[in-house]
Design a protein around this ligand. Structure first.
Ligand code: SF4
Ligand code: FES
Length: 249
C-alpha cells in the first residue's frame, strides 16, 4: 500500500505544532497502525529526520498508551486501540490524518504523545480499597453476587486510554472516572470507602480541568472496552447518595 500521512508535529509542550505531510510506500495491509508508524520512523531516521514521537507499550490493546486521533475520530473509530487497528482498514492511496488527543487536561508533550498523568491523580484520589495486612484471605471468603461481579469486571476492563476525553466535546473524563468508581462500588471490598471515594474522585476530575458530562455519549461510542453510559449513571447515583450517607453507614 502507498499512503499519504498528515501528522501533527510539535517539538515540545510550548512549541507551536502543525500538520506535516509524508508519503509512505510498502505498507502491508497486515501491519498494525503502530507498525506503519514504525516504518515511517525508520524511513525518517534513514534520512536523518526526527522520528514521530508516539506512545505505546503492550501493542495488545491492554495498556491504553497508544491513543491518537485518526481522521478526526479517537482511535480512528475502530472500536479498538490503534495498536489493534490494522492497515487493511484503509484503502490503498488513502490520506490519513493523525493528531494527538486534544484536551486541556492532556497537554501535548511531543508530536502525538500527551501527558495523561491527570488520570493517575484521579485514581490516587480514591481508586483503591483499604485492606488489612496479614495472610491472604480464603477464596470466596467475601462472596459477590453474579450480577455485581459481572458489572465490576466489565468496568475493570477500562484501560485508561483517554479516548473518551478526546471524543467528548466537553473534554470530560466522566466515563473513565465512572468506570473506576463502578468497578469498586460493585464489590464488597469497595464498600467501606464507597461514598468518600466518589466524592474525592469527582473532585479530582474537576480539579484537573476535565469538563462536565452533558450526556452526549461520544465517549461510549469510541471506548475500545465498551464501557457503557450506564456507568456514569451509577456514578451519579452514588454521588447523590454520598451527600446523605457516610462511609460505613
Ligand atoms: S472509559 Fe473507555 S475510552 Fe475512557 S479511558 Fe477507559 S477504556 Fe479508554
Ligand atoms: S500499545 Fe497498549 S493498548 Fe495500544
Amino acid at each position: 500500500m502507498k499512503l499519504k500521512l498528515r501528522i501533527w508535529r510539535q517539538a515540545g509542550p510550548n512549541a507551536t505544532g502543525k500538520l506535516v505531510d509524508y508519503d509512505i510506500d510498502g505498507v502491508s495491509e497486515d501491519m498494525s497502525f503502530l507498525e506503519m508508524l514504525d516504518l515511517l520512523n525508520e524511513n525518517l531516521t534513514n534520512v536523518n529526520e526526527e522520528p514521530v514521537a508516539f506512545d505505546h507499550d503492550c501493542r495488545e490493546g491492554i495498556c491504553g498508551m497508544c491513543g491518537v486521533v485518526v481522521n478526526g475520530i479517537a482511535h480512528g473509530g475502530s472500536s479498538t486501540t490503534v495498536c489493534q487497528l490494522h492497515m487493511r482498514s484503509f484503502a490503498d492511496g488513502a490520506t490519513i490524518e493523525i493528531e494527538p488527543w486534544q484536551a486541556g487536561a492532556f497537554p501535548v508533550l511531543k508530536d502525538l504523545a500527551v501527558d495523561r498523568s491527570a488520570f493517575d491523580r484521579i485514581i490516587q484520589a480514591g481508586g483503591f480499597i483499604s485492606s488489612n495486612t496479614g495472610s491472604a484471605p480464603d477464596a470466596h471468603a467475601m462472596p459477590a453476587p453474579k450480577r455485581e461481579a459481572d458489572v465490576a469486571f466489565d468496568n475493570a476492563t477500562c484501560i485508561g486510554c483517554g479516548a473518551c476525553v478526546a471524543a467528548c466535546p466537553n473534554s470530560s473524563a466522566m466515563l473513565f472516572t465512572a468506570a473506576k468508581i463502578t468497578h469498586l462500588a460493585m464489590l464488597p471490598q469497595g464498600q467501606p470507602e464507597r461514598y468518600s471515594r466518589v466524592k474525592s474522585m469527582v473532585a479530582a476530575h474537576d480539579e484537573e480541568g476535565f469538563g462536565n458530562c452533558t450526556n452526549i455519549g461520544e465517549c461510549a461510542a469510541v471506548c475500545p472496552k465498551g464501557i457503557p453510559l450506564e456507568s456514569i449513571a451509577q456514578l451519579n447515583r452514588d454521588l447523590i447518595k454520598s451527600m446523605f450517607t457516610k462511609d460505613g453507614k
